[in-house]
Design a protein around this ligand. Structure first.
Ligand code: URA
Length: 245
């Protein structure tokens, strides 16, 4: 549940008590109370502080959990896949909470991915006005010139999206192989943003990794490893997002 308002039937369904449909039926039958009052109207909005009872039983709130994962390449940023490919939750310890990734990394992108069951936290971090640094390192085919770097910082228009990098730096080049290692710091979080930006200026990406998210790094983790965030890190991320707004 998020601190923003959510529909009552959604909150009940998300707690795992019953399906959304059944929750709607229970509401209409007057079997659900919010803060001691029967709530018979579908779509009644509730927030995290509201006390909800279903047939006299208080709704249990899931304990929030927060993980950082070093996502390997070749893994879907999802909790399940129709084609039975590996998904990011396959790399986390078994927990009862229903965890989901905060945003996504492409199938072929490796690196730092946060996962949680806390929708409020996820919304906060993904909000476009919260400009948390996301640091990527890309191996490009071709070696970008100074004017290409400038272009990435000025922004490129791709499919109606203005895609911009806050900082871009060439870390190394290999003139024999005609490749470069480029670091990009983004504040935006558009779909396939780094790949689309570099493709737009004719430097397709060979490899892409997210190395940092705000102050969080992959230090101590190998691909496929995960760890729980400390309560302090969660607090820091919350206040970082708010400061950036
Ligand atoms: N940009 C991309 O192109 N891909 C990712 O996975 C993340 C950022």
């Amino acid at each position: 549940m998020t601190n923003s308002q959510e529909r009552l039937q959604k909150v009940i369904a998300q707690s795992g008590v019953t399906s959304r449909r059944k929750a709607e039926k229970l509401i209409e039958e007057g079997k659900v109370k919010v803060n001691g009052q029967v709530a018979k109207i579908l779509g009644t909005k509730v927030n995290q502080d509201d006390k909800i009872e279903v047939e006299g039983i208080p709704l249990e709130k899931e304990e929030p959990v927060y993980f950082v994962l070093y996502k390997p390449r070749g893994v879907i940023s999802s909790v399940k896949d129709d084609k039975d490919r590996k998904v990011v939750t396959d790399f986390l310890p078994e927990v009862e909470q229903r965890i989901f990734p905060i945003g996504r990394l492409d199938y072929d992108t490796s690196g730092l991915l946060l996962l949680t069951n806390d929708g409020d936290f996820a919304n906060l971090l993904m909000h476009p006005s919260y400009q948390i640094d996301k640091v990527y390192v890309a191996k490009t085919k071709g070696i970008p010139r100074t004017e290409d770097i400038q272009q990435l910082k000025k922004g490129v228009e791709v499919d109606g999206d203005k895609l911009k990098a806050a900082h871009v730096k060439i870390l190394s080049t290999d003139s024999k192989k005609n490749t470069a290692i480029v670091q990009l710091i983004l504040h935006q979080g558009k779909n396939r943003q780094v790949r689309r930006m570099l493709e737009a200026i004719n430097f397709p990406i060979d490899k892409l990794k997210r190395e940092r998210y705000g102050f969080l790094t992959l230090n101590g983790l190998s691909p496929g490893d995960s760890r729980e965030l400390t309560p302090h890190e969660v607090k820091q991320l919350r206040s970082l997002a708010k400061k950036m707004s």
